[in-house]
Design a protein around this ligand. Sequence first.
Ligand code: DQA
Length: 150
Amino acid sequence: MRLLVLNGPNLNLLGEREPEHYGQASWAEIEAGLRRRAVELGVELDCRQHSSEGGMIDILHATRHEVDGVILNAGAYTHYGYALRDAIAAISPPVIEVHLSLPESREEWRHVSVIAPVCIGRIAGFGALSYELALEAFARRVRSEGAESR
Ligand code: DQA
């Protein structure tokens, strides 16, 4: 199984950025842990970041035939990115929405996710572990699909 891990704007600054919300770990550290878990689960990861909505959409389009799923932290585009929402609806790989923080416990404008209705699930509030839980969810989903077809 091959998964795209796609981060949106400002997530390249993890570790420096508002650590009270997003923790002390840099993306490089989080990615290293995620890759270790991916090896254990036999999953191949393609990790990317883009700061613009259009850039994220281009990555979703370009990888849509190459990946079996997407772990997506869309950053603030989560809350108003309608073009991103349409891009998720347009592609066939399933998408899991992830957040380090729990948006519902923060400002009201973060309580809406325009991408949630086109994602298969959502994991939020567990810090860096949110990404690992999404990876785990994809791996277990594939395993249970395999068991069902036997
Ligand atoms: C975030 C939550 C968003 O509201 C915010 O704009 C981010 C990060 C998170 O991971 O908690 O950039 O997606």
